[in-house]
Design a binder for this molecule. Structure first.
Ligand code: ADP
Length: 592
């Protein structure tokens, strides 16, 4: 099975999954970074607009305070009570007047100086007789020929910032200066309200010096100085700041390390400028909230992807499980089948063995029948000869009896030969026999005489054609005879059913010795099986099926062969071809 989990390119699925996750994280980081910048800019713009409005409001309120106060000296410089007081030197009424006036307009404080610059009346309890002759609020109006309202600014001795004054000369009917009325503008309330609202606001004059500030310690410094020295951003902060600038984000200033926007508005009074620094904390919170939503969405997406992937993996593993289950089942079935097959094979082997045993037993039975038959023939012949010999002895014809004994002796030899043959077959050609020159003509004659009883029983015409020279082969005479007897007996069996029975024996000489025995029987039906051991068409007890097998084997051992064919006019022809022994044939031939 090919690895279903392997993606193209041979990399495992886990690699692609990891790559996907990493790229998703990188993408997320980019989205967060870009989103943060974009959103900060977006929200900052809102904030900026808001800041501009607020700054305008702050500036407006400052301007109106200044304007409100600026008219106070003009109003009071013509006040008859004050003028009268200065002329009379009685200030009780003047004090009252100033106090009520202050309460009406909500000014910081109002006080009256005499022509010598000493405080003579005040809305508050400042010490009377205090010398203010050197202060700007006295000298400026005293010196002003046009007698306008003078504006002056004094740094407070207690470090509480600056005091802003409007002052004007009071003059008598003759035009002589009587004194100076001064109103102090208290902008500390504004500062206080900024502080309370936790907003960072500064007001600078034309030179950039901080006059008013939500942070008291900023007063008196220049704004440029403040922003340059106070909590400048770190290197990383600077880099981010630069990057934001390049991307067109609004510019920030860092106050106490925290980024703030900057919104500047002209106050509309003496080139004052109000600068408002709205904090970015709100923007940050907004941006972070949106980013948190993005991250959450991303996490949800990743979770969904993982869920889908794991579902696929689960399905895959279920499939594999199913497949392996099927495989296991198949395996079990296969092993069952194999076991069954083994059983069948064993049974078959058993059956074969028993069959073999049975056929062996059958062969043994056949063979014992054949052997006993084979031996019975000479035994019966011996019995006949013995009876004949006994008769001859009784008749005192010992010579003839002797020849009978000789025949009996021959038969005994033959029986010995048969058992030897069987033994030799049992040994199956271990070549243990004595080779000697054998004249096949003698063998034919011997075989014929051995066959005499049978031949007498079944009348048959035997034509024997023998050469005049000896047909010598190197062989075992008994075996050769046995081959011939075997062939003759087969021929006799073959012609038995024929009315005119003929057997032709023909011995020819050449390079080899050829003995052919031809009959006019039915011929050969199974030429391939003929020489197989135990092949027989005869009834049990009549044939062993060994004759041809043994004979062919013997012929082969002698360097010759035994072949069979059918004659043209029917009937079988058996030919025994053996190597001729010329050396021994020649002297015999010469002797003849
Ligand atoms: P057996 O004679 O004991 O049957 P053989 O080996 O001698 O054994 O012969 C085997 C078989 O060959 C015979 O059973 C017979 O069928 C066949 N056969 C042998 N000689 C002849 C023949 N001359 N004509 C026809 N068939 C023959």
């Amino acid at each position: 099975m090919s690895d279903a989990a392997a993606a193209p390119g041979g990399r495992p699925a886990a690699f692609w999954m990891r790559l996907g996750l990493v790229s998703a994280l990188v993408l997320l980081a980019l989205v967060i970074w870009g989103g943060k910048i974009y959103l900060t800019r977006l929200f900052s713009e809102d904030q900026n607009a808001d800041a501009a409005v607020r700054a305008t409001l702050y500036a407006g309120s400052l301007q109106s305070a200044m304007q409100r106060h600026s008219v106070v000296p003009l109003l009071l410089s013509r006040d008859p009570i004050l003028i009268e007081a200065l002329e009379d030197g009685q200030f009780g009424e003047a004090d009252e007047r100033l106090t009520t006036f202050r309460e009406e307009i909500g000014a910081g404080s109002i006080f009256l100086l005499d022509a010598g610059g000493r405080v003579v009346a005040a809305s508050d309890d400042r010490p009377r007789g205090e010398d203010g002759s050197a202060a700007d609020f006295f000298t400026l109006p005293m010196a002003d020929a046009a007698n306008n309202t003078a504006y002056s600014i004094v740094e407070r001795p207690d470090g509480g910032g600056y005091a802003f004054h409007y002052s004007r000369r009071l003059v008598g009917e003759d035009g002589a200066p009587l004194g100076v009325i001064v109103v102090t503008v208290d902008l500390g309330l504004h500062e206080e309200s900024w502080r309370r609202a936790r907003v960072k606001v500064v007001v600078t004059d034309g030179e950039g010096t901080v006059l008013l500030a939500s942070e008291p310690n900023w007063r008196g410094k220049t704004l440029a100085n403040l922003l340059a020295t106070d909590d400048s951003p770190s290197r990383v902060g600077q880099a981010i700041y630069d990057a934001r600038r390049t991307l067109g984000s609004p510019s920030f200033v860092y106050i106490a390390g925290a980024p703030h926007l900057r919104s500047e508005v002209k106050v509309g009074f003496r080139s004052w400028t109000l600068t408002y620094f709205p904090t970015l904390e709100g923007v940050r919170a907004q941006v972070n909230a949106v980013l948190a939503l993005i991250v959450m969405g991303f996490a949800l997406l990743v979770a969904l992807a993982f869920y889908l992937l794991s579902r696929r993996a689960r399905a895959e593993s279920r499939r594999i499980q199913r497949e392996s289950d099927e495989l296991r089942l198949l395996n079990r079935r296969l092993s069952f089948e194999m076991a069954a097959r083994r059983r069948v094979e064993r049974n078959l082997k058993d059956a074969e063995q028993s069959l073999e045993q049975a056929s062996k037993l059958a062969a043994l039975g056949q063979m014992s029948a054949a052997v006993s038959h084979e031996l019975n023939q000479p035994l019966a012949a011996m019995k006949t000869y013995l009876a004949g010999a006994r008769l001859l002895v009784h008749r005192r014809r010992p010579e003839e009896a002797l020849s009978s004994f000789q025949r009996i002796d021959d038969l005994i030899d033959r029986m010995g030969g048969i058992t030897r043959q069987l033994k030799s077959y049992a040994r199956k050609g271990d070549g243990e026999f004595d080779l000697e020159p054998v004249d096949l003509r003698d063998s034919v004659r011997a075989a014929l005489s051995m066959m005499a009883p049978q031949l007498n029983k079944t009348p048959v015409t035997i034509t024997t054609t023998l050469p005049r020279e000896p047909a010598v082969v190197m062989a075992d005479a008994l075996r050769i005879e046995q081959i011939i007897v075997n062939l003759l007996r087969n021929a006799l069996d073959a012609v038995r059913g024929r009315p005119d029975r003929q057997i032709k024996i023909f011995l020819a000489l050449g390079e080899t010795v050829l003995l052919s025995i031809e009959d006019n029987g039915p011929g050969i039906t199974a030429p391939d099986k003929l020489f197989e051991p135990f092949y027989t068409t005869k009834k049990p007890g009549e044939g062993l099926g060994l004759g041809l097998a043994i004979s062919a084997g013997f012929a082969a051992e002698l360097g010759g062969r035994l072949v069979a064919r059918n004659a043209p006019d029917g009937g079988a022809v058996f030919e025994l071809v053996l190597p001729r022994d010329r050396a021994r044939s020649a002297p015999a031939q010469a002797a003849e």
